[in-house]
Write a protein that binds this ligand. Structure first.
Ligand SMILES: CCCCCCCCCCCCCCCC(=O)SCCNC(=O)CCNC(=O)[C@H](O)C(C)(C)COP(=O)(O)OP(=O)(O)OC[C@H]1O[C@@H](n2cnc3c(N)ncnc32)[C@H](O)[C@@H]1OP(=O)(O)O
Length: 207
């Protein structure tokens, strides 16, 4: 597998995608999509014992097979490819509708996997989204690598699962190494959560 040209593109920085869709083969992204669906259905299921036992066997066998394919971090695919979800299952998948140098907007639906209680998204899954979206803006093309110093999230109203939500992120200001970025998450006209974040441009010895 070769390092794709994206990683060498001027302005690409820390956490740039390293791989192209060609590197991962035609089944990788659909396999992850199937896994996402599986996560949501598992979270929503009450399983009979025989199915639980069958699944345990399948997962143990697949886990064994994955052992021989473990690679160092710089060669892994998860989180390092510019496909929806960036090839990982941690952060909920989202679609970007607007990508500007200082602004991003998009949509996502949190599935059942992200349920807290009473139809509401688990609170911790919201900063996870904000870190990913705001981090993407903070580390966009032409910007040297930066790392999250803080994410201040305010929960303004319940965030429903299985409902299309909209998010925004914008660079509020830059002061030296400090990038202040804010974002919102909303449902229809209702603000669910907002965030103020500080990203610090890394010094040469930091990575
Ligand atoms: C086609 C397009 C594809 C694009 C595709 C790109 C996809 C790409 C997606 C990536 C999306 C993932 C993005 C995840 C990003 C993370 O999640 S990073 C992981 C989480 N963050 C960390 O682990 C950070 C841990 N902390 C650290 O490493 C260090 O504390 C930091 C943040 C680097 C700062 O350390 P430092 O450089 O030594 O900072 P220091 O000199 O002490 O302070 C500098 C200034 O900042 C201030 N400061 C520092 N920390 C703080 C703080 N917490 N609060 C307030 N002020 C602070 C200081 O007071 C100081 O202020 P001044 O005195 O200068 O006014």
């Amino acid at each position: 597998m070769e390092v794709a040209s994206a990683s060498a593109e001027p302005g690409r920085t820390w956490n740039s995608p390293h791989w192209t869709a060609d590197d991962i083969g035609p089944d990788f992204a659909p396999m992850l999509d199937a896994m996402r669906v599986f996560h949501h259905r598992l979270a929503g299921a009450r399983l009979p014992d025989d199915l639980t036992e069958e699944m345990r066997g399948i997962f143990e066998r697949l886990g064994e097979r994955l052992l021989e394919h473990q690679v160092p971090e710089e060669r892994q695919i998860a989180g390092r490819i510019d496909i929806p979800g960036r090839g990982q299952l941690l952060v909920p998948n989202y679609e970007l509708d607007a990508v500007e140098p200082d602004f991003l907007a998009g949509r996502l639906t949190y599935g059942r996997h992200f349920l807290g209680r009473n139809g509401a998204v688990y609170g911790g899954a919201i900063p996870l989204l904000f870190d990913s979206v705001l981090g993407r803006l903070a580390n966009g093309p032409g910007r040297p690598a930066s790392r999250t110093a803080y994410l201040h999230v305010d929960y303004r109203s319940i965030t429903p699962i299985e409902t299309e939500l909209r998010f925004t992120a914008e660079v509020a200001r830059q002061e030296g190494r400090k990038r202040f970025i804010r974002g919102t998450l909303s449902h229809g006209g209702t603000l669910c959560a907002d965030v103020d974040a500080l990203f610090l441009v890394l010094r040469p010895h930091q990575r």
